[in-house]
Design a protein around this ligand. Sequence first.
Ligand code: FES
Length: 98
Amino acid sequence: MEASKPAFEKYVFVCINERPDGERVSCGSTFCGKEISERLKEAVKTAGQAGRIRVSKSKCLDVCEEGPNVLIYPDNLWLKHVNLADIPAILEKLGIKP
Ligand code: FES
């Protein structure tokens, strides 16, 4: 094992987990986690910040009922009940002016 500093300044984990109908709600099926992930990734890229901020798709974070869920590290920030209209505010938290 080797230890080093992270490759990116910030990591944004967006839950896109999907579940079949009738099971527990999920960010990717019940809510719009997949669209949030795609839009955030594109916005970070468009802002020229893809080398500084990594937007990663996540599986279940076990807070499904609060979804869609977004975690920002190393800020240790959990954003819950996120919707597409929140994307500019998330970008601001990442230091990107929308
Ligand atoms: S499905 Fe997103 S937190 Fe569980």
